[in-house]
Design a protein around this ligand. Sequence first.
Ligand SMILES: NC(=O)c1ccc[n+]([C@@H]2O[C@H](COP(=O)([O-])OP(=O)(O)OC[C@H]3O[C@@H](n4cnc5c(N)ncnc54)[C@H](O)[C@@H]3O)[C@@H](O)[C@H]2O)c1
Length: 264
Amino acid sequence: MATGRSTQHNPNPAGGTRRSRGRGIPDATVARLPLYLRALTALSERSVPTVSSEELAAAAGVNSAKLRKDFSYLGSYGTRGVGYDVEYLVYQISRELGLTQDWPVVIVGIGNLGHALANYGGFASRGFRVAALLDADPAITGNVVAGLPVRHTDEMEEIVRDERVSIGVITTPPGAAQQVCDRLVAAGVTSILNFAPTVLNVPDGVDVRKVDLSIELQILAFHEQRKAGDDLADEDGEVPSAPAAAVVSGRGPEQGHGYEEAAG
Ligand SMILES: NC(=O)c1ccc[n+]([C@@H]2O[C@H](COP(=O)([O-])OP(=O)(O)OC[C@H]3O[C@@H](n4cnc5c(N)ncnc54)[C@H](O)[C@@H]3O)[C@@H](O)[C@H]2O)c1
């Protein structure tokens, strides 16, 4: 394993706007592109030809000034009085996100979550092909999930090389995640989507995105608590002291998605 590891890619580091490699689009803008693409795809499916920045911003849940700024990085300014061409924007954003090419993905850890992800049809329609499902448990290997045989992790290196896999999805228990990550990276994977509740150490040049539904729920709980506090304050004019900080204290900078709050 390489030395000099860094921790995961922080989409919004303190002290400046991080720019993605290549065309100088800020990472915060890149993080919002999938939101625009989802909204645009829905419009495209309804054969809507054009959309205003306000309509699209509302559909994507983003502020419209931010959307116009984001699209200016793509060189897309829309037409006054007409708006943006939906099909062209779908193409432009897909191209920017690298979705016009096929991305083979491996999923490691085919338990409850791995099964659910393997069965999720949305990957293929967005350009992500599940190249292999891997698990360390011989009782699971050989089972067919979503039409694919679960293969043993002993085959990981060979599969990554032969299928030219650059994206690995980790759905193992937390105790196994770092070791799985190390093997994926050593085999040539350069992007990891980590569902295990653990912080992964990776060498420079490897991007890690972390998905944690419990953190999202904790953030909602924080806002719920604030709302409850506001209601009480409305009644008696005082805001009660809320122990909410404890609820969100586990939120590290790499864990928040922060589409709206991220600098753009
Ligand atoms: N991010 C989220 O929102 C979210 C939601 C649910 C679960 N999780 C996490 O996802 C992970 C999986 O959860 P689950 O409910 O599917 O667990 P599970 O126990 O059902 O499945 C885990 C699978 O990983 C396999 N495994 C164990 N060690 C391995 C190794 N070294 N290499 C390859 N495979 C290995 C096991 O054989 C098993 O099939 C856990 O870390 C859990 O905490 C995250």
